[in-house]
Design a protein around this ligand. Structure first.
Ligand SMILES: *[C@@H]1O[C@H](CO)[C@@H](O)[C@H](O)[C@H]1NC(C)=O
Length: 391
């Protein structure tokens, strides 16, 4: 009897042990690799060492960055890794004050070919102000760096990240599948050039929710090859809005399809819902785009499709856009426009916009009815439309 009990207990204990072991994660604290949280000592190599240790771990690994400031130059965190990796950041990563230090690399923090990567928490301060000033002055400047980039990564989570004053785009998602971005904030001044909040391109299944963007360029910019993008509870402004484009930059270009933006608020932004293409020939297309339940507060161009983008006229010899835009739905869009034209569909003469559907729109300009503008557009309307629709 006693023996039976003992062997039962032994079996029980060893299964608990096995269970714990199978759920174990190895933790790699950057401090134990020699990082100094003082904001002064270059921590780049210590982070890269922690990365190689975590990346070769057979168990799921956590890289832990405790509170404090860590000075980082450009760093590439390369996969593939043995297992999932979580980077948990309680501290702030800062770039060197001299913008040349990261400015020639194109990327500050780059994750490449990693599957199952989560970045939880963390503040990024790229100290972009001197770089913007250099560009404004017309001096010889480096190309600039995006703050955090994911290239060829699958099953990515970015949660609770704050990025301030990026040199260029704050967050880039390029050639990725299955990405969850939540509770992210990006902050840069209104006039800081090319500081998009998030840029998504050549990626499938990206979700961006509960996030706030105050920045100098697009809050979210959506490039060629984006499919199944879901955006919900986004606050945008200042900034240039949520933009699909600019498309037709290149002749051979992948399309954008199945993009949804719901329950979002634009405040004082240059644009709200924008689709933009160069007036150039292209194989590109935009289809199945859904905008629903959106509030506009003093937005310059709340609803805009502009297919005639060509700031420098000689760049557009064909003069019309080859991008085919179809099945774009605007439903329950309300608020105020700072310009008289609140709804503008300026489509390509060679490829008119098709299947543009508007339903329940209420946009005013200085307490009066705003206007709408249509060129080369076909579609339908339902419900209350205010300004009067030209569709
Ligand atoms: C469209 O994208 C959503 C995610 O945003 C996805 O759930 C849905 O399956 C996609 N639809 C198609 C037809 O691919």
């Amino acid at each position: 009897m006693d023996n039976l009990i003992i062997s039962c207990i032994t079996v029980l204990l060893s299964s608990i042990f096995l269970f714990l072991q199978s759920n174990a994660t190895s933790t790699y604290n950057v401090l134990s690799f020699g990082a100094k949280p003082n904001g002064q000592t270059d921590a780049t190599q210590t982070f890269l060492k922690a990365w190689s240790a975590a990346c070769s771990s057979v168990q799921p690994a956590t890289i832990y960055v405790p509170r404090g400031r860590y000075l980082l130059k450009a760093a590439t965190f390369r996969g593939p890794c043995q297992n999932r990796i979580t980077v948990r950041i309680d501290g702030t990563l800062v770039a060197p004050l001299d913008y040349w230090a990261i400015g020639n690399s194109g990327y500050w923090l780059l994750f490449i070919q990693v599957n199952g990567i989560s970045v939880i928490g963390g503040n990024l301060d790229a100290k972009g102000a001197a770089f913007w000033a250099c560009r404004k002055s017309g001096n010889n400047c480096p190309v600039g760096a995006r703050s955090i980039t994911f290239n060829w990564a699958n099953d990515v989570v970015i949660s609770g990240l704050l990025s301030i004053n990026s040199q260029l785009t704050h967050i880039v998602i390029n050639s990725c599948n299955n990405v969850m971005v939540r509770k992210v904030r990006t902050i840069a001044p209104d006039q800081s050039p090319n500081t998009d909040g998030i840029h998504v391109q050549s990626s499938t299944g990206v979700t961006i929710i509960d996030s706030r963007f105050k920045t100098g360029d697009d809050c979210i910019s959506i490039g060629p090859g984006t499919r199944n993008l879901w955006m919900e509870n986004i606050l945008c402004g200042p900034g240039h809005g949520v933009s699909i484009g600019s498309l037709a930059r290149n002749y051979e270009e992948d399309g954008v399809q199945n993009v949804t933006l719901v329950y979002s608020i634009f405040t004082g932004s240059d644009n709200g819902l924008r689709i933009k293409s160069w007036a150039r020939s292209s194989t590109g297309f935009v289809t199945n785009i859904n905008y629903r339940n959106i509030v506009m507060k003093y937005v310059d161009n709340p609803i805009i499709i502009d297919q005639n983008y060509c700031p420098n006229k000689q760049d557009c010899p064909g003069e019309t856009s080859g991008v085919k835009i179809s099945q774009v739905t605007y439903e329950n869009i309300q608020g105020t426009s700072t310009t008289p034209v609140a709804m503008k569909f300026d489509c390509s003469p060679s490829n008119p916009c098709k299947g543009i559907q508007i339903k329940d729109i209420k946009l005013t300009h200085m307490n009066k009815k705003a206007q709408s503008f249509c060129k080369n557009v076909q579609g339908s309307k339902k419900g209350l439309i205010f300004p009067d629709s030209c569709i």
